[in-house]
Design a protein around this ligand. Structure first.
Ligand code: A2P
Length: 273
């Protein structure tokens, strides 16, 4: 049994999952099918990844009951606003070919559009109708979260943010924690940038593990949900096996010290508008 996290709406989510960002559409069904056979039970998708048809097909074709798989999708920036959000959701469900989503996120706040509160109200409606079990956000900063909460009273279940050893996000982790929001790390491996870092290679050699596993174990040790992307079945298994690794407090601190506040992706304050 994999470690589960309890969201603030009482629902359970696997702590580790498969990210499908940058998977080519025609390779996604095979990669997700492989991941489900390898033991993954959380799949993190998005409309923007343009591979939802493959993701949904793999979920439908698997031998697993639907309720044993946790499926996430995200609403893209140009679909914000009440009516557009509802249409964006319908299009996602059409492509996935599923009856419900486990988690639906606003992909970016896009402060310049100033539509995220209205969009959030649409997601609250979808949740109340049972079409989505849990709702959350991605790439939100404290003022964005505070506005959602102040104006609707509904706290996002989860905030998915860029987080890896070069961008440890201590401040946003603390903000999410204080608000009762689970933090989920995207690009958790920093797209490989820290595989060669001194502490990572040293810990990996000592534990007889791969650098990627050490970094995933670091996320898990911090109580973060983590969604490494791999299309390679061997690396998918390797990443899931990071659940077996135990890092010492000194190991965790050594990786924490790699923080350079460096993003691989866009700045959420500026992006999308
Ligand atoms: P691949 O799909 O060929 O395995 P991130 O999740 O931080 O965005 O990083 C994803 C990148 O890291 C992908 O290019 C992926 O390539 C690679 N990757 C994923 N898992 C591993 C691993 N265990 N060892 C080495 N590279 C990995």
């Amino acid at each position: 049994q994999q470690p589960m996290m309890t969201l603030n709406d009482g629902r359970q989510m696997p702590q580790i999952g498969l990210g499908v960002w940058q998977m080519p559409a025609d390779e996604t069904a095979a990669a997700v099918g492989e991941a489900l056979r390898n033991g993954y039970r959380l799949i993190d998708g998005a409309a923007r990844y343009e591979n939802e048809a493959g993701l949904g097909q793999a979920v439908r074709d698997s031998e697993l009951p639907r309720e044993e798989i946790f499926v996430t999708s995200k609403l893209w920036n140009d679909q914000q606003g009440r009516d557009k959000a509802l249409r964006g959701f319908d299009a996602t469900m059409e492509r996935l070919g599923l009856d419900y989503l486990d988690l639906y996120l606003i992909h970016w706040p896009v402060p310049a559009q100033d539509l995220y509160v209205e969009t959030w109200k649409a997601l609250i409606g979808l949740r109340d109708e049972g079409r989505v079990k849990s709702i959350g956000v991605a790439n939100f900063h404290e003022p964005h979260l505070t506005r959602l909460i102040d104006e609707t009273g509904v706290v996002p279940a989860l905030n998915q943010i860029e987080l890896h050893p070069a961008l440890t996000q201590a401040q946003m982790r603390a903000v999410n924690k204080r608000l009762g929001i689970v933090t989920q790390s995207w690009s958790p491996l920093g797209r490989g940038a820290d595989f060669e870092a001194g502490p990572v290679t040293e810990i990996a050699a000592r534990l007889g593990a791969e650098p990627a596993q050490v970094i995933i174990a670091w996320h898990l040790a911090h109580g973060l949900s983590v969604i490494p992307k791999s299309q390679n079945p061997g690396r998918q298994r390797q990443n899931l096996a990071a659940l077996e690794l135990r890092l010492s407090d000194a190991d965790i601190a050594a990786i924490d010290a790699l923080d350079r506040d460096i993003r691989t992706g866009p700045d959420p304050e500026m992006f999308g508008g």
